[in-house]
Design a protein around this ligand. Structure first.
Ligand SMILES: Cc1cc2nc3c(=O)[nH]c(=O)nc-3n(C[C@H](O)[C@H](O)[C@H](O)COP(=O)(O)OP(=O)(O)OC[C@H]3O[C@@H](n4cnc5c(N)ncnc54)[C@H](O)[C@@H]3O)c2cc1C
Length: 444
């Protein structure tokens, strides 16, 4: 596989100290693909995108097999922050409207909203217990200049989603259980919820298998080639032959996958989790809310108090994928955490991990047929917001692969071909310029 980060990034190292596995008692032992197998539709990648596609395909009666290089939920889907929220693009509303027009932009916003409803519905109808919480999400102004952003967010949400946001001034934060001298106000959008990402991913995998999808672990697609009118996918111990192919590899994609070379840019996101906080520690900081929160930085921090009173705190960044780089970004995240939550500065970090999200050059997610590649589809590049959007992409891909029109909002911008990044396999160097620039513009 031709990948653009150091091998460490694609191995067990970055996920070895994830908190989520400790919350899951039983793990299904998925088989490895052994020998030759045929399916109508093959899915490569077992995160939310691939699993949701497998589930929806199997529910529609299709013959589907999914392979994952590691295991279902091993990638970003089993190690994220669990914010099931609006998102998926790195463009703001004006940027979207300028490029794609008002109608398609509204269709995208409808899709964002429908994506959250889809996850809620899946959890409910499949009976997946995923420790849901939070009433929507809250953005905190990290400096006074960001206060107008709170108002703008509320206007935007009212306009495109018809919801009323709650705005809190700096003085009102403590009463809302959000005491931190570092924030200048907040806006809460009553859309979205938090969940345990690994429980959700494993629940999806089980549900897909229960309705007939064949799911395989430890089965990396080493080569994928077209032979006559079928796809041949070679794994170390087997070969999967299928009429149609769905690529669902997102930040773990490799440049030798059909149609994807240099068309996605993986970026690391990193999370630390503290030990459970005591009642006295929670009171000392005055942060009592279980809301999922993020701040107004471009290189934002995202954080929430978990059901067992540990604090989860995440930030994107780190240009290298090495043990040293993970330790360094962990130290930076911890320093920021201490600044935002000074009363917890001596509370130990028990977990620290990272994983890949993916960015597109057009800064919008891609879901659709891969241009110029016969009978192949892909869903990727959710710009760090793939809990809802990845699940949604899977549902769309299932319909597309069956040759049926999507029943869900499917904006044209999502099917726009992924543009190539400059510098090919060296495109990671773009982050060397972008990340420090964002950090500088975010200020302290
Ligand atoms: C630390 C972190 C925090 C995040 N927090 C949030 C959040 O709070 N909210 C949110 O909405 N989003 C969040 N995200 C992003 C979100 O997790 C992802 O967008 C989403 O999980 C992507 O799902 P996916 O199925 O497309 O890809 P992934 O879950 O990454 O799955 C890709 C799978 O493909 C497999 N694979 C790759 N190559 C091959 C191959 N050749 N053969 C077979 N299998 C292969 C991998 O093993 C992997 O399991 C976060 C991501 C990270 C890393």
């Amino acid at each position: 596989m031709s990948r653009i980060y150091e091998p460490f990034g694609y191995g067990e190292g970055p996920v070895a100290r994830s908190y989520w596995p400790s919350t899951v008692s039983e793990r299904h032992a998925w088989p490895r693909l052994d020998g030759a197998m045929r399916a109508d539709i093959a899915i490569v990648g077992g995160g939310y995108t691939g699993l949701s596609a497998a589930l929806h395909l199997a529910e529609a009666g299709a013959d589907v097999a999914l392979i994952d290089a590691n295991a279902p939920g091993w990638g970003a889907s089993g190690r994220n922050g669990g914010f099931c929220c609006l998102g998926g693009t790195a463009l703001d509303a004006d940027g979207l409207a300028r490029r794609y027009g008002a109608e398609d932009t509204q269709c995208f916003f409808d899709a964002e909203r429908a994506a959250i409803d889809l996850v809620a519905d899946l959890l409910d109808r499949l009976g997946i217990e995923a420790d849901t919480g939070s009433r929507g999400e809250t953005m905190l102004a990290h400096r006074a200049e960001a206060i107008p952003q709170l108002e703008a967010t509320a206007r935007h949400m009212r306009h495109v989603h018809g919801v009323t946001c709650e705005i809190l001034s700096r003085a009102e934060l403590a009463a809302a259980g959000m005491a931190s001298g570092a924030f200048h106000g907040a806006v809460t959008t009553p859309v979205g919820f938090s969940l345990n990402p690994l429980k959700y991913a494993l629940g999806l995998a089980q549900a897909a298998a229960d309705v007939g999808a064949r799911v395989f672990a430890a089965s990396p697609a080493e080569t994928i080639r077209r032979s006559g009118d079928v796809w041949k996918i070679a794994t170390p111990a087997g070969e999967l032959t299928a009429r149609r192919l769905i690529l669902a590899t997102n930040g773990y994609s490799s440049d030798d996958l059909p149609g994807l070379a240099a068309r996605y840019l993986p970026l690391q996101s990193n999370i630390l989790v503290t030990r459970p906080l005591t009642t006295a520690e929670i009171a000392a900081q005055g942060w009592t809310t279980g809301q999922m929160c993020y701040d107004s930085r471009t290189l934002l921090h995202y954080f929430r108090l978990l059901p067992d009173r540990r604090m989860l705190f995440g930030m994107r960044g780190a240009i290298r994928a090495t043990p040293e780089a993970l330790a360094a970004i962990g130290a930076r995240a911890r320093a920021d955490f201490d600044r935002l939550f000074p009363a917890w500065a001596t509370v130990e970090t028990t977990h620290l991990w990272s994983g890949f999200v993916a960015l597109a050059r057009n800064r919008t997610p891609f879901v659709g047929p891969l241009p110029g590649v016969e009978a192949a589809f892909a869903g990727l590049c959710y710009h760090g917001n793939g809990v809802a959007m990845g699940s949604y992409a899977g549902a769309l891909l299932a319909r597309l692969a069956l040759g049926r029109p999507p029943e869900l909002p499917y904006p044209k911008l999502m099917a726009k071909p992924l543009a190539r990044f400059p510098f090919g396999r060296h495109r990671r160097t773009l982050l060397r310029a972008i990340l420090p620039l964002h950090a500088m513009m975010d200020g302290a």
